[in-house]
Design a protein around this ligand. Sequence first.
Ligand SMILES: Cc1cc2nc3c(=O)[nH]c(=O)nc-3n(C[C@H](O)[C@H](O)[C@H](O)COP(=O)(O)OP(=O)(O)OC[C@H]3O[C@@H](n4cnc5c(N)ncnc54)[C@H](O)[C@@H]3O)c2cc1C
Length: 462
Amino acid sequence: MKNAQQIEEALAELSALLGASGYLGGYDERKRHSRDTSTARSCLPIAVLRPGNTEEVAGIMRVCQRIGMPVVPQGGLTGLSGGAVPTEGSVALSLERMNGVIEVDAENASLTAWAGTPLETVQEAARCAGFEYPVDIGARGSATIGGTIATNAGGIRVVRHGMTRQHLLGLEAVLPDASVIRNLRPMLKDNAGFDLKHMFVGSEGCLGVITRAVLRLSPAPHDRYTVLLGMPGYEAAIACLASARRHFQAELTAFEGMWPAYWSLACRMVAASRPPLGTGHGIYILMETSSRDRGWLEEWLEDCLEAGVVSDGVLADSLSAARTMWSVREAIGDVDREIGAHLNFDIGLAPSQLGEFAEACEKALGDLVTRDILHLGHIADGNLHVIVPVPAGDEVTGTEVERRLFDLLAERGGSVAAEHGIGTLKRPWIDRTRSADEISLMRVLKAAMDPKGILNPGKVIP
Ligand SMILES: Cc1cc2nc3c(=O)[nH]c(=O)nc-3n(C[C@H](O)[C@H](O)[C@H](O)COP(=O)(O)OP(=O)(O)OC[C@H]3O[C@@H](n4cnc5c(N)ncnc54)[C@H](O)[C@@H]3O)c2cc1C
């Protein structure tokens, strides 16, 4: 059991180890690291630690392990499940100084980066070398490589390229006992025993601190076309998805859905003067292809309009028109701020089930909400985001909303966290998705790797 003197001594040791730029004890800095982008309640860490290399991360773990001081890994703090929010008496371990692309290896189509590198920096480095790093999310400017690995981030191109896991070739991580697991080779095939790097993908900072990663790059697409479609309803969207998959095959790179309440609000916020498509549709689909030929896309769109699957459609005729369309889809942060108190859900189901699930939510939650429920999502991946406005500070109603929604989901065999992870917000509900045996195996792994329970305690595992 640590006492006040042990904590003081440990902090002095950490301060000496990290120096002035690596150890921040002031209120403003601690406040900046007290929350992520989720609705989880903030908590001040007792200090913010900003190591500059892997050895310093190991040094931090050595000191904290000795006295059992909790350590909370933090990347860009864009997480939406409370996973990076400090727990009582913890230090925040921010990767922000371990930032930068170390190498782009064009011969082996790979890139090595420090964990604190923003996703956008990696995308840009890949682009400059004639490649693409296809993991892409709205928070690309702040979310880090370490954070996207720790949450196995998905995003808008999963239908074509898969989640972060599919792009990870090698990894370096520091374990709670300060040992370093390092395999930074750019090899696609490596079946020599358990593939340990995958333990850290989606582990939400509970098993180790990711310090470096080798990422797989894809060839840069020849061209990209964005088309915005208005349709009568969800059944049409699923028919359209099937048609687009058949027609474009591997060149279908995004298929995103926005329900009318989200569409209207997001258009008002980001494209008020000129919404990219009229209102009055049952659902709006933002689709992207990497086809070489724009004519091919135009023909397909005409066929869909003729068949009545699509009621209206606009093909972006410039980069800026495409950006405006994407800005509506990515206005989720502005929309969240505009609607005030709300709960955010990120559920997984088969694509064909999402429309019925959205309707079931409307019916089941109607008496609890303060304004319209908003739905949007990565339809082709079977991933729906549900934003439920609730009375501010009313935890009883909030819990009832969660219970009803997760009951609906459990009846349909869905996942309570398709891509945002469990963190603290979904932790009470993980048993709606994972069996008792699966949860106890997670506990066994956690106890084996972190026997003192110092790394990101209180997250993921109930
Ligand atoms: C506007 C917006 C759009 C988004 N869109 C998407 C989307 O389309 N798809 C999607 O999947 N997600 C999306 N997200 C959420 C997404 O999970 C996060 O943005 C991102 O993956 C987290 O990266 P981060 O660096 O901000 O991590 P943080 O928020 O700092 O941390 C997230 C979790 O990872 C852990 N962690 C962070 N760094 C490390 C490390 N180096 N080692 C070990 N653990 C670490 C933390 O402890 C925490 O549990 C979105 C978020 C926002 C705000």
